[in-house]
Structures are given as structure tokens and as C-alpha cells.
Design a protein around this ligand. Structure first.
Ligand SMILES: Nc1ncnc2c1ncn2[C@@H]1O[C@H](COP(=O)(O)OP(=O)(O)O)[C@@H](O)[C@H]1O
Ligand SMILES: [Mg+2]
Length: 242
């Protein structure tokens, strides 16, 4: 479903992605771990082409990424992305946040978009807040709306880049619960997170990145109990050590 072959990316002199090879089959949940600056966000951003690459190839469901125009808009609809900052439209209600893109990009009728949006808002537990504005919701609620908004486009793949890092601790689980249920339903997901509970509960696979390269690519159990590289042992020592 997601495939990267020989992907390289530089920012000026900085080599941020080094020969990345990654194949994610449909329905797999991959957690991406690694120290700050290792290239995790850049990896996500290249997959929906928010960042172009220098070399290599990226395919979604067998199709090479389009570089511009209509094809690119269609790709963005197929690859949902949820960031640390929720990026909801502040001056639109919750329901309008969720219906806007399906109407504009997917050309859904207002009625169809609203009924699908209500289904998704139910699923993330926010239906009762549909007529409020983002600022009237907690961070955890806003992030759940952001997930519903992505799902409204019927994406083939969901990318999450530290979706709980900006949340107060008591709100982390309500967002992770939505992600766990999405994973159980078979969504193909690439998740950058430091939430080890999520990695252990929902991940099929862990990718550990350091200095722009994939250093380990294994199952969660092996990664957490028998990391092979010094870099991974060091990283785990720091995040699990307190
Ligand atoms: N737009 C940019 N321009 C220049 N350097 C960038 C840009 N975005 C990220 N970087 C650099 O690329 C490296 C990888 O960043 P990033 O992908 O954000 O890492 P991570 O998400 O793992 O913390 C870092 O050294 C970062 O400073
Ligand atoms: Mg990042």
C-alpha cells in the first residue's frame, strides 16, 4: 500500500533521508520511532508529497506519487495526515470542518457529506459537539475531529505525526483509543509517536530511524526486548528509563 524505494532527500547540505526502503502492506500498522531530528516528520511529509524527494520512488497502492495538479489533490485525499497541531479551520464549526473537503474535493452532496461526517463524529465520540467551534473543544477533542476530518476523505492510508505530543496527559488516551480502533478495523497506518503503550498494543511493526536512515525494522516485541543497534538501545534507555 505504501512503498518507498531508494528514497533520498536533502535540505541544502543536510542529508535528511538516506536510501529509505520501506514496503507497508495493506492493513499494516507501522510505528516510527527515533530521536528528534532523525527524519521522521520528513518521511511522513514525503509520503503525501508535502516535501519532494531527490532520488528514489514512492508509490501508494502501486501508483507513483504525482508531482502536481489534479493528481496531487487526489493523492492528498487518499493519504490522510494528522499532525501534532490539529489545524482545524477556526472559523468553521466542527461539522463544517469535516464536510468541507469531501464536498470540494470529492464532490459529495451536502447531505451525503453531512451524514458521513455525523457517522465519523459518532465514531470518535464528538457528535454532540458538532455545532461548536474548534476553540470551544479540548485539545483531545480537537485532535479527534482532525482524525474524523481525514477519514471523511476515505483515505487508503493514514499518517500520524506525533498526534498526541501537544496534548495534556489526561487527553492522550482518548486519541490513542481512536487510533487503536482504526488499526483494528484494518486501516493502513504509519504512526510517529513516543507512546510506547500504543506501539505495543497496536503496531505490527516498528521502524527505528536515526540520522535519516532506517536502523531497525522489526516487530514491536523484538524491538522493545532485544533492540539490535546501539542507537536503539540508547534511545530506549532514554525514553523508558524514567
Ligand atoms: N524545511 C526544512 N528545512 C531545513 N531543514 C529541515 C526542514 N525540515 C526539517 N529539517 C531538518 O531535517 C532534519 C530532520 O527533521 P525532521 O524530519 O523534522 O525530524 P524528526 O521528525 O525525526 O524530529 C532535522 O535536522 C531538521 O532540522
Ligand atoms: Mg517530527
Amino acid at each position: 500500500m505504501i512503498s518507498l524505494h531508494g528514497v533520498d532527500k536533502h535540505f541544502g547540505d543536510l542529508h535528511v533521508l538516506k536510501d529509505i526502503n520501506l514496503d507497508v502492506p495493506a492493513g499494516q500498522v507501522v510505528v516510527v520511532l527515533g530521536p528528534s531530528g532523525s527524519g521522521k516528520s520528513t518521511l511522513c511529509r514525503t509520503i503525501n508529497r508535502l516535501e519532494p524527494i531527490d532520488n528514489g520512488e514512492i508509490r501508494i497502492d502501486g501508483e507513483p506519487l504525482p508531482s502536481e495538479g489534479k493528481g496531487l489533490a487526489a493523492l492528498r485525499a487518499e493519504v490522510g495526515m494528522v499532525f501534532q497541531s490539529f489545524n482545524l479551520f477556526a472559523h468553521k464549526t466542527i461539522i463544517d470542518n469535516v464536510t468541507l473537503a469531501p464536498m470540494k474535493v470529492r464532490k459529495k452532496s451536502k447531505d451525503a457529506a453531512r451524514s458521513r461526517a455525523m457517522e465519523l463524529l459518532e465514531r470518535v465520540g464528538i457528535a454532540a459537539q458538532k455545532d461548536k467551534y474548534p476553540a470551544q473543544l479540548s485539545g483531545g477533542q480537537q485532535q479527534r475531529v482532525a482524525i474524523a476530518r481525514s477519514l471523511a476523505m476515505d483515505p487508503k492510508v493514514m499518517l500520524f505525526d506525533e498526534p498526541t505530543s501537544a496534548l495534556d496527559p489526561e487527553m492522550v488516551n482518548e486519541v490513542l483509543d481512536v487510533m487503536v480502533s482504526l488499526a483494528k478495523e484494518g486501516m493502513t497506518m504509519l504512526v510517529v509517536t513516543h507512546e510506547m503503550g500504543f506501539a505495543r498494543k497496536a503496531a505490527d511493526r516498528v521502524i527505528f530511524m536515526a540520522d535519516g536512515a532506517v536502523v531497525e525494522d522489526t516487530d514491536p516485541e523484538s524491538f522493545f526486548t532485544r533492540p539490535e543497534s546501539e542507537r536503539a538501545r540508547d534511545f530506549l534507555g532514554k525514553i523508558l528509563g524514567h
